[in-house]
Design a protein around this ligand. Structure first.
Ligand code: GAP
Length: 476
């Protein structure tokens, strides 16, 4: 069913906590701002996102290979990339209420632009604190986003290291080794999934802007001069992937960066945005970065990053197209996109279709409200729930156990024998399990079960032996 209203982020956060998708990190100690833990369902969801990305970007392409680089790298990597000394956000503090803001976001909120000066940034006239209204704000000051640590027992300047703020630099730093071993020719790509860390000034919108998050990045190396063609190619490919994993096309936007906002070395950048309840925001950026990164590493390491094209006898530093996506943002968008409240006939069915609930209104006579997460089955954390109709009938439980052990090696399954069957269906609806298999008295007689579809709530009867094939057909 199409979604016509957007749930609030409080509703989403409450469901995520109640059902075990996402918890505040270190919850028992009051949490820590900007850090999140994924519970049993959240980690399955993220695993499905990573797997779908890897299958699409790496496994199904002969010219993309993978990498798993370390989180802590030589500090020179970050000097070369421009992150040391350059990866900072201008921030302002309110002297009255002590609230801290990203200066550009605060100005934008008030319909103005942060002013660039010869030495940094200045606030335009009239900007006030959006919490207490005071105009007593500090000048914008650079706030370093890099998390620092020390390697080894001595904590001095020579042992400083950084938690990586992006996975991309691990790829650039290993470009020559991969090129020498992977038997690839330009154009080819190196892909990586992993954690990144940024000491964000103002983590917000639930998990959207976190201090620890996961990226899925591809660096696709190309011949100079082919940048536009390959950038267009990757924008199309990446957009198609979002639709494949269940995003309706109308929920996605392309934000094309104007020329004047591009970094000096970039020739294009397009963001793929999702319409979150808090507005359209970036899930992924696709940038044409020229040869900036490899040239910088060549300069700082003294090692050649050149590629020799045997067909044309040319030697060049490849240019790169970089699609860079965030696993956590995609997970949050999938959760927001899946959330529905519906009115359904009491007793789960009589083959009547559910209808979209009107927010804030009671269900009509004979109906009740259900929350259902309409995940695309490919991405749903749990694929099948198995229910013995009654837990105190050993013959039903035994049969159900044999069905569970047939399906669980293939898909994540959920076993539930507690409570009335209608309540058990509701629990699965709320975590978005696409299929329920119920083992009843007829099963004992003829080895058939009912298969319930989450969205239509229709039940069909089929033989246990046909179940894996049927599910495989729908889940493929
Ligand atoms: N290597 C390029 C790069 O890192 P970015 O736009 O800074 O580019 C890429 O980050 C993606 O990483 C974003 O589109 C977003 O999905 C994710 N991301 C960045 N900062 C994040 C944060 N603080 N919290 C969650 N995800 C973040």
């Amino acid at each position: 069913m199409k979604q016509t209203y957007k749930p609030s982020m409080d509703t989403i956060a409450s469901l995520c906590k109640r059902r075990g998708f996402i918890f505040q990190s270190s919850d028992i100690y009051g949490g820590i701002n900007g850090f999140w833990d994924y519970g049993p369902l959240g980690c399955e969801l993220k695993r499905n996102i990573r797997d779908a990305w890897w299958k699409n970007v790496v496994q199904s392409r002969e010219n993309v290979v993978g990498l798993d680089a370390s989180i802590i790298m030589h500090p020179k990597v970050w000097e070369a990339s421009g992150h040391v000394g350059g990866f900072s956000d201008p921030m302002v503090d309110c002297r009255s209420c002590k609230k801290r803001y990203k200066a550009d976001a605060l100005c934008e909120e008030q319909g103005k632009n942060l002013v660039r000066t010869a030495t940094g940034y200045a606030l335009p006239d009239g900007i006030k604190c959006s919490t207490c209204g005071s105009k007593d704000l500090t000048e914008p000051r650079a706030f370093d986003l890099m998390f620092k640590t020390h390697v080894g027992p001595v904590e001095d300047d020579s042992s400083v290291a950084y938690l990586r703020p992006e996975t991309a630099q691990g790829i650039f730093a290993q470009f020559a080794n991969v090129l020498a071993t992977a038997r690839q020719k330009v154009p080819f790509g190196i892909a990586q999934i992993g954690k990144a860390f940024r000491n964000e000034i103002n983590p917000r919108n639930y998990t959207f802007r976190s201090r620890e998050f996961e990226q899925m990045e591809l660096e696709f190396f190309i011949k100079p001069g082919t940048d536009k063609e390959w950038h267009d190619f990757w924008v199309k490919e990446r957009l198609a992937w979002y639709e494949q994993i269940g995003f309706p096309p109308e929920s996605l936007r392309l934000d094309v960066h104007p020329q004047e906002k591009l970094a000096h070395y970039a020739s294009a950048c397009v963001d793929i945005q999702y319409e979150f309840p808090f507005g359209a925001q970036e899930l992924e950026g696709i940038a044409a970065r020229g040869d900036f990164d490899l040239t910088q590493h060549q300069k700082f390491s003294g090692k050649s990053m050149e590629y020799f094209d045997q067909e044309t006898n040319e030697r060049f530093v490849p240019h790169v197209i970089e699609p860079s996506a965030g696993v956590d943002r995609i997970a949050l968008a999938i959760i927001c996109n899946a959330y529905r409240e519906e009115w359904v006939p009491k007793g789960d069915g009589n083959n009547k279709a559910p209808v979209e609930a009107e927010p804030g209104k009671q269900a009509p006579e004979g109906y009740e409200t259900r929350t259902v997460m309409q995940f695309d089955p490919k991405i749903a954390p749990v694929k099948v729930a198995v229910f013995p109709l009654l837990k105190n009938k050993p013959e039903l439980v035994e049969k159900a156990r044999s069905v569970f052990s047939k399906l669980s090696p293939i898909w994540p399954c959920f076993w539930d024998q507690v409570g009335a069957i209608g309540r058990r269906y509701r629990r699965q609806d709320e975590i978005g399990t696409p299929f329920g298999v119920t083992i009843d008295f007829q099963t004992v007689e003829d080895d058939t079960v009912t298969l319930r579809d989450r969205d239509s709530m229709q039940q069909t009867r089929l033989a246990i032996n046909d179940l894996p094939e049927k599910l495989r057909e729908i889940l493929a």
